[in-house]
Design a binder for this molecule. Structure first.
Ligand SMILES: [Zn+2]
Length: 296
């Protein structure tokens, strides 16, 4: 069931998810030289084309109008990694810097689509309260191929490829061998930050210095929280309840939340291929912003 993606209807606050078959007519993307702005724009548009072909709830025009920017980083298969920034406005000092990441796992399509929905919200309502940096699709190779995959083009689980500073360089590999019985879906890569996608996020965290990182996944239907002090973990965001998981060697939560001390809120949507309803999408967002107001 590769390309069957169930998405909620665009129309109104309909509560029933409507199945929509997304036709992934995947064209080869011609990646242009990033330093030439006209070509960079063209290249962003071609990524938008592929995203909208894959995701029923992201329209091509909507994606183009977001004016996503080329981050300067590319995936293994040379797809530009795109970002969107909602910067400080006027003289208002933002309360905090927030990094929002979708699509770490390429087979969790709802976790990409919902970030696009939230960017649409910010397009209308960004007030300068927070300084947002958004990477809607960290793993384009996994997500945009015909048969989408959790891992990147090198077969690496990007959420196991970060450094685990206090556990030795082989901690993630050791965990993978012993605990996951070498599950192909959880291969951490030959060494930490071996992949261009994780290298990008690593540098983004270093340069942007987020106060909080929000990562969207599916399908475990919960809110997880990695931070030095987990007591202020969100109890409930929208229809998702707190359920603190373990921290895995090589995960973003372990690296940023535990080692760097930058809290990581992980939203696990209930379904990888079915979008929450419009009201759930909105409720998740308002609860998230409320939690950020109180905890940053
Ligand atoms: Zn995931």
């Amino acid at each position: 069931m590769a390309a069957l993606v169930l998405m909620s209807s665009h129309a109104g606050a309909q509560e029933t998810a409507t199945p929509v078959v997304s036709i992934a007519s995947l064209e080869a993307v011609t990646v242009e030289a990033p330093m030439v702005s006209a070509r960079a724009l063209e290249s962003v548009a071609s990524v938008c084309k592929r995203i909208s072909d894959k995701l029923a709830s992201v329209a091509y025009q909507e994606c183009v109008e977001l004016q996503l920017q080329y981050s300067g980083h590319r995936s293994v298969e040379d797809i530009p990694l795109l970002i969107k920034e909602y910067p400080p406005l006027g003289r208002r000092q933002p309360q905090a810097r927030i990094l929002l990441v979708g699509g770490t796992h390429g087979d969790e399509l709802a976790a990409i689509s919902i970030v696009f929905k939230w960017m649409q919200t910010l397009e209308k309502h960004h007030s300068g309260l927070f300084h947002w940096r958004i990477n809607p699709l960290m793993n384009p190779d996994g997500a945009l191929r015909n048969k989408h995959s959790r891992t990147n083009a090198n077969g690496v689980d990007l959420n196991r490829n970060f450094a685990t500073p206090d556990s030795g360089v082989d901690a993630a590999l050791e965990y993978w061998r012993v605990k996951t019985k070498q599950s192909a879906r959880r291969y951490p890569g030959p060494f930490p930050l071996s992949e261009p996608e994780t290298t990008w996020l690593f540098q983004e965290i270093r340069d942007f210095k987020p106060d909080v990182i929000i990562a969207v996944h599916a399908p475990y239907s919960l809110v997880d929280y990695d931070a030095p002090d987990r007591r202020n973990a969100p109890r409930k965001l929208g229809h998702l309840y707190k359920n603190l998981m373990g921290t895995y060697p090589g995960s973003l939560g372990n690296y940023a939340g535990v080692h760097l001390g930058v809290p990581v809120v992980t939203l696990e949507l209930p379904h990888a291929g079915i979008m929450p309803t419009n009201s759930q999408i909105n409720r998740l967002w308002t609860d998230l912003v409320r939690w950020l107001v109180r905890n940053t």
